[in-house]
Design a protein. Structure first.
Length: 447
């Protein structure tokens, strides 16, 4: 396609927000230059005052294919992602059948993805009881790291691990130098069994069943194991601010620990969730307004570095919309198409800017997934992945904007700030003004 120049008065670069021209050739960013330095031979595309951000990277997504494509699949997940400004997803090893706990399961996932992906993707492997001998082969086969649960995952094919299981697996994980992503709650703090007679139509019951202490105790255990085995620890979907001081101290002591949180914990609050509103159910649960502000302080302080969706879709009946039973409804919030405006709505009013968004939602998740030499920045040598973003526009979330297989969302009806106008993958348009372009061209990124 020859040399092209993408111009904007607001390009988000590693050096900050500035007027610039992004020169693209052969799917790569050749250079980022001033508008005056654009070669005369370049084909120009001028976005004026619309912001140009690096393509977003989501390192925590449940695509569910193969095996549960009726929940979500590679085509619908990557379309929802492209509509939200994402150009790279990393798929979790559970919810699909077979779970990605060995190389043959990884190959089954790769076969399922063929020809379906609008954007690029990668795979996490799983750590489950007894599969420690699969950890090194999974690394050699190209997974980007590993995921485990310290509590029941809700998926029969992906069992939780105990401390004993972890001590068997962690020497292998440490040898790979890949991160271990941990769902950090401990089962002894959960209240499901001794609360069976409580009123589970009330959100407060769900909240009490998964207290913050479950997260704090699990993180304390993982930090202990991190000291013992020297592996890269990543805490997924942190929902409580009570763990921030402990995490900050661990990092100051030299432990290799990173932390993510999610849009629903940064935007929603328990006080506003109605009874029977099971579209808000997730684990850990959405906590109080003061806790939400504590998480924002964690982002400001740099303890939390990454924002991901934990996109976890399901068919509508699994949310039990009629009965509204928080105990039995599926726990998960799907937000790939709206995560950027959700976060921008909250971040802007707290004084953050688009460079913060790019760091939290692109650069740092790319570092976690090991694709940071190609993804996560608008800079020379990187893939020409970017999103054209109208940061001033407002819109009301409707089901047709979600693009996921099942349009269930706690955000429907909300007015948010920021509209994704276009998404480019390696220089090609994959999403533009509500429409998808061309055939799927996404590729797998392997370690």
């Amino acid at each position: 396609m020859g040399l092209r120049a993408f111009l904007s008065r607001r390009v988000v670069t590693p050096e900050g927000l500035r007027p610039a021209a992004v020169l693209v050739e052969d799917e790569k960013i050749r250079a980022v230059v001033t508008p005056a330095e654009v070669p005369s031979a370049a084909t120009l595309e001028d976005f004026g005052g619309l912001a140009l951000l690096p393509g977003l990277v989501d390192s925590h997504v449940h695509i569910n294919e193969p095996g549960r494509a009726e929940w979500e699949g590679f085509r619908s997940a990557t379309e929802a992602a492209a509509a939200g400004g994402y150009t790279m997803l990393v798929d979790m090893p559970l919810n699909c059948i077979p779970a990605t706990t060995n190389v043959s399961a990884l190959e089954a996932k790769r076969n399922a993805a063929q020809g379906q992906c609008r954007i690029d993707w990668g795979a996490w492997g799983g750590v489950v009881p007894g599969n420690h001998e699969d950890i090194l082969p999974l690394a050699q086969a190209g997974v980007l790291g590993y995921k485990c649960f310290l509590v029941p995952s809700g998926i029969e094919e992906f069992r939780m691990v105990t401390e004993q299981d972890l001590r068997a697996a962690l020497p292998y994980v440490a040898r790979t130098r890949l991160p271990l992503l941990v769902h950090a709650e401990l089962p002894e703090f959960l209240g499901g069994f001794n609360m069976r007679d409580d009123d589970w139509s009330q959100y407060s019951t769900h909240l009490r069943s998964r207290p913050a202490e479950a997260e704090v105790a699990a993180i304390r255990l993982m930090l202990l194991l991190c000291r013992d085995y020297g592996f890269r620890l990543h805490i997924v979907h942190l929902a409580t601010g009570l763990a921030l001081e402990m995490l900050q101290s661990a990092r100051a002591a030299g432990l290799a620990v990173t932390v993510e949180t999610c849009p629903h914990y940064l935007h929603l609050e328990a006080e506003q969730i109605a009874d029977r509103a099971t579209q808000y159910k997730c684990a850990p649960p959405i906590r109080s307004h003061p806790n939400r502000e504590h998480l924002w302080q964690g982002l400001k302080d740099g303890v939390i570095e990454i924002i991901v969706t934990d996109h976890s879709p399901c068919p509508e009946f699994m949310k039990q919309p009629g009965e509204g039973n928080f105990r039995d409804a599926w726990g998960g919030i799907a937000s790939l198409s709206v995560a950027l405006p959700v976060i921008w709505t909250e971040a802007k009013q707290r004084g953050f800017d688009l460079t913060d968004i790019a760091r939290w939602m692109s650069e740092r998740p790319a570092q976690l997934a090991g694709c940071h030499a190609r993804k996560g920045r608008i800079a020379g040598g990187y893939d020409a992945d970017f999103v054209v973003f109208d940061s001033d526009a407002e819109f009301t979330v409707t089901s047709d904007r979600l693009c996921q297989r099942h349009p269930i969302s706690p955000y429907i009806g909300e007015t948010l700030r920021g509209v994704v106008k276009r998404t480019y993958l390696r220089g090609g348009i994959v999403f533009q003004d509500g429409q998808f372009s061309g055939s799927p061209t996404g590729r797998e990124f392997r370690q």
